[in-house]
Each structure stands twice: as C-alpha cells, then as structure tokens.
Design a protein around this ligand. Structure first.
Ligand code: HEC
Ligand code: HEC
Length: 148
C-alpha cells in the first residue's frame, strides 16, 4: 500500500512539475533551433514497397480469390462508389479488356442470381489483395495445393 501511495505521489509530482515548466507560447514568434530559415522541400518518400504489376498471379489453391496484379490505391470503394467495377463489371469489362468478376459474385446470399454484383462481394479488397516486393515479416512454409 505504501509503495502504491509513493508511486501515486511521484506521478502527481511529475505532472505538477510538467505544468510549471510549460512555457507560455501566447504571442511569442515561433523560433526554430537553426534560426528562421525557410523550410526546404521535404525529400520525396522513397518507394519502399512498389506494387508488383505483373500479368496474372497463379492461384495457390482452387477457389483462391486471385491476387490483384495492379495498383489499387486510386480506386475508391465506399458505400456508394466502387471504382473496380468500372473495369471488372459486365459489360464494361469488355471495353476495358479486364477479366470479368466471377459469376459467383452475382449471386446474393439467398443464392438468387442478380444483374448487379452482390452486396457481400462489394468490398473487393476484403478478399483480393495487391502484391508488393517486400521481405516476408515472418518465415512462411506455405506450399500451394497440388490438386492431387
Ligand atoms: C482501369 C481498369 C481497372 C480497374 C479500375 C481495376 N482493374 Fe483489376 N484488372 C484490370 C486488368 C486490365 C486486369 C488484367 C491484367 C492482366 O491480365 O495483365 C486486372 C486484373 C485484376 C485481377 C486478377 C484477376 C485474375 O483472374 O487473375 C483482380 C483480382 C483485380 N484486377 C481486382 C481489382 C480490384 C479489387 C480493383 C479495385 C480496387 C480493380 N481490379 C480495379 C483492370 C482494372
Ligand atoms: C468474399 C470474397 C470476395 C469478394 C468480396 C470479392 N471477390 Fe472476387 N473472387 C473471390 C473468389 C473466391 C474468386 C475465385 C473463385 C470464384 O470464381 O468465385 C474470385 C474471383 C474473381 C475474379 C476472377 C474471375 C475469373 O473468372 O477468373 C475477379 C476478376 C474478381 N474476383 C474481381 C472482384 C472484384 C472487382 C470484386 C469487388 C467488386 C470482388 N472480386 C469481390 C472472392 C471475392
């Protein structure tokens, strides 16, 4: 108990100390440590993990959602908009020469075929993922299914 109280007192003391040393900024011009030098343009962020844009990826098992072989950061998906569909939905996929979403994506959860992509397939990136050239964070001994 006494230990807890002294810890509590120490914390209270620290807080009070911090409050006392906070300088009053009001009205003071901001002065950088290196003087009033105008900021230089920041270095561009290096492209650490460029997306691998390559033909198509092999599937590792039957029914695997195919991995995405292109960038997706510019394609908005929200409640109303799905920009993936402007290339992958029928009939636009023909014009865009993009693979049509699987026919399975037109069945709603009751199993009824719809003319539009079903709600449970709306958020494409829930199942389909783009790939980058990055070292795996942990070792992985996954082997693709052989189908035998
Ligand atoms: C501007 C048109 C366009 C948009 C937008 C687009 N894609 Fe694609 N996508 C393509 C094309 C073209 C291919 C085929 C690439 C190839 O075969 O080299 C493709 C390939 C794919 C594949 C691989 C299919 C397979 O069978 O291997 C997936 C999965 C995919 N896209 C998902 C998405 C998702 C998810 C989005 C939205 C985040 C999206 N795409 C947005 C044009 C597009
Ligand atoms: C719930 C998971 C899930 C969601 C969400 C989903 N997909 Fe798929 N997708 C799959 C699976 C699994 C397959 C492969 C099996 C199949 O054909 O159903 C597939 C197949 C595909 C294919 C390849 C079709 C072919 O015949 O080669 C494309 C392209 C595709 N999806 C695009 C999309 C797009 C675009 C969206 C968003 C509108 C989307 N998917 C949403 C799971 C999903």
């Amino acid at each position: 108990m006494r230990g807890k109280i002294s810890v509590l007192l120490a914390v209270v003391g620290l807080c009070a100390g911090a409050m006392l040393t906070v300088p009053a900024f009001a009205g003071e011009p901001l002065r950088a440590l290196r003087g009033n030098v105008a900021g230089e343009d920041p270095d561009p962020v290096p492209p650490l993990f460029p997306v691998r844009e390559a033909g198509r990826y092999d599937r590792a098992f039957l029914d695997q959602p195919p991995m995405i072989p292109h960038r997706v950061d510019k394609y908005e998906i929200d409640l109303k908009v799905n920009q993936c569909l402007r290339c992958h939905d029928w009939p636009d996929n023909v014009r865009e020469k993009a693979p049509l979403i699987s026919v399975s994506h037109y069945y709603d959860r009751a199993g009824t075929k719809q003319d539009k992509v079903a709600g449970q397939r709306w958020f494409c990136t829930q199942c389909h993922a783009p790939q980058v050239d990055a070292k795996p964070l942990v070792t992985n001994r996954f082997q693709p299914a052989t189908g035998k």
